[in-house]
Design a protein around this ligand. Structure first.
Ligand code: 5GP
Ligand code: MN
Length: 323
């Protein structure tokens, strides 16, 4: 697929003060693609910041820098959204985002809303980082070692370190080129995927212990509560990898994890080859990708476990019928 960056490049060239936004509850693709874009724009002489509402999670802190800001340091003439499929996921930053006279979006979620003047959206892109990297190449933008690390982290995150079904030649090719720029990919992967505090493993073990198989073992569902965080000495961010443990169970096509977070109930869904978890998430008011999606639910945990289990079982029987 050819992506047309000409309008985005035109707006970036004209702008002087740029704010970059990404989705709440940031992950490595959100931080990596936004941070890389910000660094490169600064090196092109722009004033740029990535605006965030909540602190970066501890496991990503090694990638965070002075490009992050909690308050807008200026009135922007351009807002750029990366890895952001809907305005709702800007949460409390919506007003600042829409306060700029022009808005651009570089994203790889299925587009459901028109919240920007210009979009480059491609759901076939493995990560928003792939689109930012392609934009850099089209613009001849500077990519220093730190920017290359951020882009690599973005792509490695959303491909599950190049294991998920979205891993394509573009993602692998970009990663190869970034490694060719001299970054230490092994250290980055260790920091991103193989270094957890012990409380995170304790929380994962609780999640695994109470997991229930559904649909004859093709689905799995579990949960964790605010009380669990206290019991394990963990923070809600330490629950992020629970869904990966569930997904890894042999024979499981699709996994669901419900997590209490900041007074709300967060649903994460994953699938391997066939279940359309985006549509399951959409039935609860959420969204995402075909194989990784989520939603925020407004119901008690026990009811949510029943409703999500039912919706997932239905999608698993649809997908069995499709096979
Ligand atoms: P996670 O399970 O890691 O929180 O989210 C997986 C994917 O689902 C994200 O990349 C995002 O695309 C999508 N997602 C998660 N939560 C929500 C939500 O509340 N609303 C929407 N629209 N998408 C979500
Ligand atoms: Mn992403």
């Amino acid at each position: 697929m050819t992506r047309d960056y000409s309008d985005i490049i035109g707006h970036i060239t004209e702008a002087e003060k740029i704010l970059i936004f990404t989705h709440a509850n940031m992950d490595g693709d959100a931080l990596g693609s936004a941070g890389a874009l910000c660094r490169s724009l600064r090196q092109m002489g722009k004033e740029a910041f990535v605006l965030i509402e909540k602190p970066c999670p501890e496991y990503l802190a090694f990638l965070a820098d002075d490009y992050l800001s909690f308050a807008p340091p200026f009135k922007a003439d351009l807002s750029i959204a990366v890895d952001l499929g809907s305005a709702g996921r800007l949460e409390g930053l919506k007003d600042v985002f829409f306060g700029a006279p022009k808005r651009l979006c570089l994203d790889h979620h299925i587009r459901t809303e028109d919240f920007c003047e210009v979009f480059v959206v491609d759901p076939a892109a493995a990560a928003a980082g792939c689109l930012v990297y392609e934009l850099f190449k089209k613009m001849g933008a500077p990519i220093d070692a730190r920017t290359a690390e951020l882009l690599f982290a973005a792509i490695a995150t959303d491909t599950g370190s190049f294991r998920y079904s979205n891993t394509n030649s573009e993602a692998l090719g970009a990663a190869a080129e970034l490694v060719g720029m001299g970054i230490d990919s092994a250290s980055l992967c260790t920091a991103l995927f193989d270094s957890f505090p012990i409380c995170q493993l304790k929380l994962e073990s609780l999640i695994v212990e109470r997991a229930e198989l559904i649909s004859g073992g093709r689905g799995i569902i579990s949960y964790c509560t605010e009380e669990d965080y206290r019991a394990c000495g963990a923070l809600p961010e330490h629950s992020e990898t629970g869904i990966d443990r569930l997904r890894s169970v042999m024979g499981v096509e699709s996994a669901a994890l419900l997590r209490e977070r900041d007074g709300a109930l967060k649903l994460s869904l994953r699938s391997k080859t066939c279940a359309d978890v985006r549509s399951v998430a959409a039935s609860f008011g959420g969204g995402g990708h075909l194989r990784a999606a989520g939603a925020t639910l407004d119901m008690p945990l026990d009811e949510a476990l029943k409703e999500v289990g039912k919706a997932l079982a239905e999608e698993l029987s649809r997908c069995a019928a499709r096979d």
